[in-house]
Write a protein of this length. Structure first.
Length: 187
């Protein structure tokens, strides 16, 4: 009887561990593609009330980037695939954070990815200008721009603030920043 009670007691913990494992794998696997950067599968304009009804919003092309954010990036940077690549990557990572973080382990996985996106924007800023102050200004502006696009409703801001409670120290463990080799992009 005691053994049966222990097994029943442990079922939620085992389920939580499996859920965490699946979420961390999804976070680590999410990468933008060249098709995302070039707009090959650019989604239609989302229906705003439906898009704003949930934290996740609408992602018709299933690339991990909310459609309104993806379209806004293309509208703002039609002539810079490099900036689009960095911003799309960061937007994808913030979106993953909003939708897949529910404990400390998932937060760490998402934070590592988010750091890669910020590093990617820094890499692009370095390619765009040789002046350090301009690089810093551009990288910070792009980061803020995407953060404001992704956290555009009270629900999304509230979710972001909630998941910050899972913060923990961690080591990055990799020097990779951009999902796409930005040197391969034409502009």
């Amino acid at each position: 009887l005691a053994y049966a009670a222990l097994v029943i007691y442990r079922i939620p913990a085992v389920g939580e561990a499996e859920r965490t494992k699946v979420a961390v794998a999804a976070i680590q696997a999410q990468k933008i593609t060249m098709a995302d950067v070039l707009g090959t599968n650019l989604p239609p304009v989302p229906y705003e009330p439906e898009n704003e009804a949930t934290i996740a919003g609408i992602d018709k092309n299933n690339n991990g980037i909310r459609d309104d954010v993806e379209r806004a990036i293309f509208a703002k940077y039609p002539n810079s695939a490099k900036i689009r690549a960095a911003e799309l990557q960061y937007a994808s990572e913030l979106q993953l954070e909003l939708t897949n973080v529910f404990n400390q382990e998932t937060w760490v996985a998402a934070a590592k990815n988010e750091g890669h996106g910020i590093d990617c924007m820094t890499d692009v800023a370095e390619l765009e200008s040789s002046d350090f102050k301009t690089q810093l200004k551009n990288s910070e502006a792009w980061t803020k721009e995407i953060t404001n696009m992704v956290l555009d409703t009270d629900k999304r801001k509230s979710q972001y603030n909630l998941i910050q409670g899972y913060q923990s120290g961690f080591a990055s463990g990799t020097n990779i920043s951009c999902d796409i080799d930005i040197s391969s992009l034409p502009n």
